[in-house]
Structure formats: C-alpha cells, structure tokens
Design a binder for this molecule. Structure first.
Ligand SMILES: Nc1ncnc2c1ncn2[C@@H]1O[C@H](COP(=O)(O)OP(=O)(O)OP(=O)(O)O)[C@@H](O)[C@H]1O
Length: 324
C-alpha cells in the first residue's frame, strides 16, 4: 500500500530526508520513530503528495506521489501535527464539509461518526465553533476527518499527542481497528508506549535515514540480546545459585531473586525449575523481565552494543549510531 524507495528531500542546503525506503502493507501499522528533526513529518508529507521529493519514488495505494498526486490525496487519510481546521465552522459543519468533498453520503457520515463520537467525548461539542475547542478536541476532530472517507492508507503524525489518556486510548483502538479492516497505517510518534501498543513493525529514523526496521520482537532480540528471566524465591538466592544448571547465563541476583539470560527458554526454564524444585527450594515466580521499547530505542540511537555483542551489531554501532 505504501512503497517508498530512496525518498530524499532538500530545502535549499538543508537535507530534511536523506534516503528513506519503506513499505507498509495492507492491514499493517508501521511506527516511524526518531528524534526531533529526524525527517518524519517531511517523509509523511512526501507520501501524502503534499511535498515533492527531490529524489526517489513512492507509490501510495498504487499511485505515484510525483505523477498522480491527486489520486494519492483521495486515498490517504492524513493527520498532521498542526491540522489546519476552519475555526469559524462548528465541528459538525467541518466534518460535513469534508464528507461532501470526499463524497461520503450523509447516512454513512452519521454511521461512521456514531461509532466514535461518544467514545472520543466529542458529541457535546459538535455544534460549537472549532475556535472554542481545546487542543485535544481539535486533534480528535482532525482524526475523525482523516477517518471519515475510510481511505486505504492512513498517515498519522502524532495522532494522540494532545489527547488525554482516556481519549488517546480510544484513538488507538480506532487506529487498531483500521488496520484490522485492512487499511495500511504509517504512524509517526514520540510516544513509545503507543508505538509498542500499535505497531506491527517499527522503523527508526535519524538524520533523514532509516537506521533500523523490523518487528519490535526482532529488534529487541537483535539489540537487547536474548530475553532475561527473573526467578523469585522464598529462600536466599545463594541457595539457588548453587543448584542452577551448569552454563546458565546468570546476569545478576539479589537477596531473593536471580536473573539469567537465555535464547532458549522452552528448554532452559523447565530445567531451572526442575533443578530447584528437586531440592525443595520454594520458587515464588519465574517471569520474563520486560524490555520496554524505550530501552531499545535509546540503545539504537546511542549506538550502544548489546550485551554479549555479536559482530553485526558492533558493526552497526560503528556505522550508524545517531549520536550528535
Ligand atoms: N520547509 C522547510 N524548510 C527548511 N527546512 C525544513 C523544512 N521542513 C523541515 N525542515 C528541516 O528538515 C528537518 C526534518 O524536519 P521534520 O519536520 O521532517 O522532522 P521530524 O522528524 O518530523 O521532527 P519532530 O519530531 O520535531 O516533529 C529539520 O531539520 C527541519 O528543520
């Protein structure tokens, strides 16, 4: 649905996007992450056929952003960070105006709004002028506007940044449901919780280039190393340390807990439990230590090698780290 190859954008002597190639398939949510000024918005604007790439090409819903911009406009639900809203209109007039533009018949407009108006807590304000809306209300209205024609492709730049947590949760459900219905979604966000909750794949952009791209799980394995497990005991950790299977990669321990790393938990975890239970050691729990996306993101941007760094990553560190 989105296929971009070698997209580049310069403004005079400023290179906003150096080289971006990415793909978003139908039903997929891809999160584009990266520091301020990395080139996310510029990439989105090129994909929305609002900015002409200096080089490269992109097909969006099968149409070329350079040669068929109007076809692209018709097939993209765009939400920008600063949506241009017509402040004198009421929320409803605004949505009806765009529904007419997108040729969405009124009954369909009503039906599509019904599903989300209450949940986004916007119904009460629908007949007020947009000028009286708060930032979050404006963002919700802009999201509804992008959503209304149900285009095949959504380009969402910080879609929930101004919303309260409850509304942001509803907006995320909306975005998830779009993907479940087969729409392709490119999501730019600084909210790593949001990326984690929604994205099938993430791409990290830095200085106009994609540093890495993949599923969160694959990137975790590559940059954070194999998962770490934590054993909690109702006995001193020292007793467990003596009983653990030989060769187990223990990484740290405290009074009543031990952490170890393994890339083969199906084999290793039962062995660990058997070894301890066979000696009557009281095991309270065994669980994977969460590896937040934030850790992954910072590690990649800082170019730190992962624990027990295999060569490809050390190479990555040398070549691409996004340090200033
Ligand atoms: N119209 C423009 N003229 C000149 N430079 C621009 C223009 N638009 C963007 N840039 C520059 O291009 C770079 C990328 O900007 P862009 O807005 O795409 O970054 P971003 O990743 O979306 O950042 P943020 O996370 O802060 O929104 C920045 O250095 C910015 O100053």
């Amino acid at each position: 649905m989105i296929q971009a190859e070698g997209l580049r954008k310069t403004f005079g002597n400023i290179t906003a996007v150096e080289e971006v190639s990415l793909e978003v398939r139908p039903g997929e949510i891809v999160a584009l992450l990266g520091p301020n000024g990395a080139g996310k918005t510029t990439t989105v604007r090129m994909l929305a056929a609002l900015l002409r790439p200096t080089a490269g090409r992109a097909l969006v819903a099968g149409y070329d952003v350079l040669r068929q911009p109007e076809e692209v406009h018709r097939r993209v639900g765009l939400l920008t960070e600063l949506p241009g809203l017509y402040l004198r209109m009421t929320g409803y007039e605004y949505l009806a105006f765009f529904a007419d533009l997108y040729e969405v018949p009124r009954p369909l407009l009503k039906q599509r709004l019904e599903a989300w108006l209450d949940r986004l807590e916007l119904r009460g304000a629908l007949h007020q002028r947009i000028a009286t809306y708060s930032k979050g209300m404006r963002q919700k209205l802009a999201l509804l506007r992008a959503f209304l024609p149900l285009p095949p492709v959504f380009l969402l730049d910080e879609p929930t940044s101004a919303m309260d947590p409850q509304s942001a949760q509803v907006a995320r459900e909306m975005i998830r449901s779009l993907a479940q219905e087969g729409h392709a979604v490119l999501l730019c966000t600084h909210n790593l919780y949001e990326a984690e909750a929604l994205a099938h794949r993430i791409a990290i952009l830095c200085r106009g280039r994609i540093l890495v791209e993949g599923t969160p799980q694959a990137l975790r394995d590559r940059f954070l190393g194999p998962p770490v497990y934590e054993l909690r005991l109702a006995a001193p950790a020292g007793q467990a340390l003596e009983l653990l299977p030989e060769g187990l990669a223990v990484v740290e321990w405290g009074d009543h807990w031990v952490r170890y790393r393994t890339s083969d938990p199906e084999r290793e975890n039962p062995r660990v439990l058997q070894a301890l239970l066979a000696h009557g050691l009281p095991v309270v729990s065994l669980s994977e230590v969460p590896r937040p996306l934030e850790d992954l993101y910072l590690r990649i941007l800082n170019g730190a090698a992962p624990p027990a760094s295999p060569d490809p990553v050390a190479q990555f560190e040398g070549e691409h780290a996004c340090r200033s």
